[in-house]
Unconditional design. Structure first.
Length: 199
């Protein structure tokens, strides 16, 4: 996930629209019939993380589900293993699958956590998406080369965001602006999501 701070003010940034990202991802799962969704989250309180949760809450409220009532594990971002960035996600997903056997989908709040969910499903001898669906929020298309089937993601336009950040830097060399650019997201669905037609 690219977030470029272009000034000393917290509101000067080029970011993905976290609210749209959360709403789009969870609405997509709901449309496919998923109601028992496990969430692999982080302890981050950054604005975009808060916005993602608010967007998820908005999507779930439409079908009478409270975000806070879904099974959820928050990983401490300070404990990230740089050599195995999926490890925390794998441990959290394994715990969720063990404690909540009725889950039909797992959402990784970032691609590394989603990759961890995929590895946990493999470890539990679960087939994706037949036994469990997996969705990643934020963009890191490198995970597409690491799983079979590939993981569906809520994509963010990283190249456009990087270009906008450079323009914003050049146009405000003295860092005196107070401006935020938000970029919209879209679903890049591959083969890790199952439609539950019997609901």
């Amino acid at each position: 996930m690219l977030c470029v701070q272009v000034a000393r003010y917290i509101d000067d940034a080029v970011i993905a629209d976290g609210f749209a990202m959360g709403r789009m991802g969870f609405a997509h799962l709901v449309e496919k019939g998923h109601r028992r969704i496990g969430i692999i989250d982080t302890t981050s309180d950054e604005r975009i993380a808060q916005d993602v949760r608010k967007g998820a809450t908005a999507a779930l409220q439409k079908v009478g589900i409270a975000f806070k009532d879904l099974p959820r594990i928050c990983n401490n971002v300070s404990e990230l293993n740089v050599n195995k960035p999926w490890k925390l996600g794998q441990q959290a997903a394994a715990q969720l699958l063990k404690q909540h056997s009725d889950l039909t989908a797992l959402v990784g709040i970032n691609p590394h956590l989603a990759l961890g969910a995929y590895r946990a499903a493999q470890q539990a001898n679960m087939k994706v998406p037949k036994d469990i669906s997996i969705l990643a929020l934020e963009n890191d298309l490198t995970i597409f080369n690491m799983t079979d089937p590939t993981i569906s993601v809520v994509d963010t336009p990283l190249e456009d965001m990087a270009e906008r950040a450079m323009i914003q830097l050049v146009c405000s060399p003295n860092f005196m602006i107070n401006y935020t650019n938000k970029f919209l997201t879209n679903i890049m669905e591959d083969k890790s999501l199952n439609a539950l037609l019997d609901l």
